[in-house]
Design a protein around this ligand. Structure first.
Ligand SMILES: [Zn+2]
Length: 258
């Protein structure tokens, strides 16, 4: 019964907040709290931009579920005093791990590939090239020529760059486009679409994922706010929790402009 009342309190609290000012949008665009943009922070000459989508908890039937079970931890501590108007909650979380902005380790498709705990921090932070592929054709996926033109417009690619792609109507890539980025020495890739696979591939052979993973390059999917960046070369920190034996997990991705 007490558990139910917590959910009632939670539901009314979140309803009240969303009516007042809390407007998180799945997809992470322009969310705010009490009127302030949550995705950016300026300190001196630096500007931080959050490239992470807000995750809205779901119910257990959602194929991309992120279920939060809140329980009252005070109930589990005999004799604990309950201060008025306060609580002490902990949560069990049940999720499908490819939800929101998430990183995929090579282990996602390769049995012997690196898992989340085996991605070195050197691959998760650094100089990042932002490619604008919003005008790229949907048919057949982004081509090699379109990627090369976007790289040139962004000022060129360097060995050990992270590459983030702002996608348009297509979430697809041609394999030569990915192979070319891999051959340039890209160390981590990210897209604001749901993936980088081939267009119209009914075999689900993960051809393009394998181009990245065989080169030991992790992939971040569902980035947000790339349109808020003003520079084509920024510093990025993309930090998943290092879980052994896990293929993917949501993470926070922060860009720094200076
Ligand atoms: Zn995924």
């Amino acid at each position: 019964m007490l558990k139910n009342s917590f959910f009632v309190v939670l539901a009314s609290l979140s309803a009240a907040l969303s009516q007042v000012a809390h407007t998180p949008l799945v997809g992470g665009k322009h969310y705010s709290f009490l009127g302030a943009a949550m995705y950016e922070h300026k300190t001196g000459a630096e500007r931080l931009i959050d490239l992470t989508r807000v995750i809205e908890p779901t119910d257990a039937n959602d194929p991309r579920k992120f279920v939060v079970h809140i329980h009252d931890a005070l109930e589990e501590i005999p004799g604990k005093v309950r201060p008025k108007d306060e609580w002490y909650v902990m949560s069990d979380v049940e999720l499908m791990n490819h939800v929101g902005t998430h990183i995929e380790a090579p282990f996602h498709c390769l049995r012997q590939g690196a898992d989340l705990a085996q991605i070195p921090v050197s691959q998760l932070a650094g100089e990042t090239l932002i490619l604008d592929l919003r005008k790229a054709e949907a048919e057949g996926g982004v081509t090699l020529e379109q990627v090369q033109a976007a790289v040139e417009k962004a000022g060129g690619i360097r060995r050990d760059d992270i590459v983030f792609c702002q996608m348009g109507t297509t979430g697809y890539f041609s394999t030569p486009a990915l192979q070319w980025l891999v051959a340039r020495g890209m160390k981590l890739m990210g897209v604001d679409s749901g993936g980088v696979e081939l267009a119209y591939d009914k075999t689900h052979a993960n051809v393009n994922h394998l181009v990245l993973f065989r080169a030991n390059i992790p992939l971040i999917e569902n980035l947000a706010n790339l349109d808020q960046l003003t520079q084509s070369r920024v510093r990025v920190y993309a930090l998943p929790v290092p879980v052994k034996g896990l293929d993917a997990f949501p993470l926070r991705v922060i860009a720094v402009e200076s």
